[in-house]
Design a binder for this molecule. Sequence first.
Ligand code: PMT
Length: 426
Amino acid sequence: MQDQHRDRVPAAEAETPKKRSVVLGIGGGIAAYKAAELCRALVQRDFSVQVVMTAAAQEFVRPLTFAALTGRKVITGLFSSESSEATLSSAVEHIGVAQEHELLVVAPATAHLLAKFSHGLADDFLTTMYLAFTGPVILAPAMNSNMWLHPATQANLAALQARGHRIVEPGEGFLACGMEGPGRLAEPEEIAQAVSAELNRRRDLEGETVLITAGPTQEPLDPVRFISNRSSGKMGYAMATAAAQRGARVTLISGPVHVPAPRGVIVIPVRTADEMRAKVFENLDRSDIIIKAAAVADFHLTDVPAHKMKKTAARLSVELDPTVDILAELGSRKGDRLLIGFAAETENLEREARRKLETKNCDMVVANLVNGEGTGFDSDQNEISLALRTGEYFSLPRASKRELADRILDEILKLRRALAAPVHGR
Ligand code: PMT
């Protein structure tokens, strides 16, 4: 298998092994002509570029343009190969291309392509290769404004972002269809810069094992009812995606959510606070960093009735007991591991964050105001402040949960260096 893999490496690439390798996927839209400029910008940055064109893209631009720019055969279909004979290697070429390249950038990413990526439909080379690809993915959408703003497109984008893909947002202006508004492909230089930035991102969590909790817990009241909260899991899943992309081994203990599992992450589903606690402590020994982004229910019914509670005209009272405080228990058993708690507050953010830092023996508390507009629970963005064991407290500007996940990881690594200093005696 490995020999076959080596056989497929083009001679030119074998001679220059240090080149960073990129797959440029081109979708079928008017903006496909701009992909030539992007291709040149990538080649100028000394990346080895493999172009893959959809059938629709070839209606707008000829593959020859990209073959000339890259000096490589352009892939134009699932069963296309330079020779007219079908071979085993051409039939599995999409797997080989996925394995041999570090990053996939798709420009223009049409509404149709976004939908296929989002739902895992694989009916041509690009979409099949996408499913086999495990590296970072950058998507540069371009389409008519109404198509861009359509809830179906926005839902697909949200799913792809939650999967950890970077979206280079389209610009606003006059579109080929005659409309004015959002949907114009970002400038090729901006897309090329996003590719460079992603490839230069450090694998600074290699060798680390990170344990993350995400989502809500559900505490049963009877066999059909439960107490829960509005956590979607997006923050914790963004943390898991970011940590895995930076090279960490990641275990994600997740309450019931609808967010797709991040690539390369072990996901352990749980329902209640008690189940979450059990899985956290099962995994504690092999973890270096623990991040508690889950919104664990604070109360539960200790003795859940075996039968559904009947509706009566009378007022119903249920007595709730506190759930186990997993974070506090981790604080007393963490040893030299780094423990990161979250704090969801509606007021007194700094005071509460510092209090949780102290009382639960955390190394960092990520505090978010959860009554803000479009931040906190079930939003794609968040606005957070960090309270650190070093005494620092600072706020980060509002950003996507995925971007903030990287900022939090940056601060965790800085904190590890600061705490390693002898004065802290760890
Ligand atoms: O999931 P999303 O929709 O993306 O929303 C993200 C979020 C708002 C849920 C997330 O950013 C967040 O703030 N998570 C923590 C929510 C929470 O439960 O906060 P808290 O202040 O009640 O708890 C403080 C810490 O103690 C948290 O790390 C929590 O995981 C932990 N805890 C709480 C109760 C409990 N019984 N055991 C715990 O370990």
